[in-house]
Design a protein around this ligand. Sequence first.
Ligand code: KIV
Ligand code: ZN
Length: 391
Amino acid sequence: MKTEKIEIFDTTLRDGEQVPGCKLDKQEKINIALKLDELGVDVIEAGFPISSPGDFEAVQKISKIVKNAKVCALTRANKKDIEAAAKALQYAKKPRIHTGIGTSESHIKYKFNSTQDDILERAVEAVTYAKQFADDVEFYAEDAGRTDNLFLAKVCEAVIQAGATVVNIPDTTGYCLPSDYGEKIKFLKDNVKNIEQAIISCHCHNDLGMATANAIAGIINGARQIECTINGIGERAGNTALEEVVMIIKQHEKLGFHTDINSVMLNELSTLTSTTMGMFVQPNKAIVGANAFAHSSGIHQDGVIKRRDTYEIIDPREVGINESSIVLTARSGRSALAYRFKNIGYDVTKTELDILYQHFLMLADTKKEVTEKDLFTLMNSYSKKQLINHA
Ligand code: KIV
Ligand code: ZN
């Protein structure tokens, strides 16, 4: 089946790095950028060059060494920011300037003490100026999620007219319902007359836990780029998680999309990002959490041991994890215990298993998880008792 490509725009090094405590030094940013390029992302948002000399240098260095991806730098809608971004990107093979301004009533009134007309003018000026430095200019309408659709359409049309190649529709505050976000994208597709000259991008935050669902609603309704981060890190509750959208697109072929991401590297990228940033991944995190492929209840374990896909929709090897794990707890069943004994070299009979299982349950009730070492101890004491019984 012919599928349409969804561009993956990674902003781990910009929106992700804004998280308190996650700041990276130049070398750390470079290491992650090189891995993102290998992973197959289409765009790496490398930083916000005007924000600090360190970030400027990091964007500059990343621009020099990234081989395949477009390298993007963020700016506000002013000349100084745009000049800094252009300079930092000057060695990039495929540079992109990402400029924009708040478009919601709240931003216009309280952030800028301004008017819609003035914001529209500043948006167009920023894109026009950025075009002097780069062919590829992405415009973000900050807080688009809460922006009136008619005004948003007017802004999009004007910035595309000024040369924007991508229009980014951020749900900056993570407020939208997936149905509302999807409708917003459809509204732009239907009402911006030059929309075919640009790609619509989804940039969703996770304040209500809907960042991934919103991005998917966006592409179903006509967007063709998703902005996301590894492990979903980002301001406040984070951004759309890259590994989640990539695997949703892969698992749900009926959507008719593909990405160029080499999913086998997802686990490696997750670990690299979390260890470099010191931002640990919650164990129940989809795709890359420690428990994402771990089974601990007896019913599930029995199913997975018989056939993996009874309780797993993704083969762990597809995301770079060697195998599913069968965790032993007081909720585990006999087949899980037999399986784990077999893994350490003991092929137990049914009678042996019955006896061992009773010992196992007594132990399991006293601890959170029964380990491999515990299994050896159990087997050892069982064998000794057998010897005593036979003596
Ligand atoms: O969330 C947001 O609106 C942003 C923009 C700067 C793109 O991160
Ligand atoms: Zn953001």
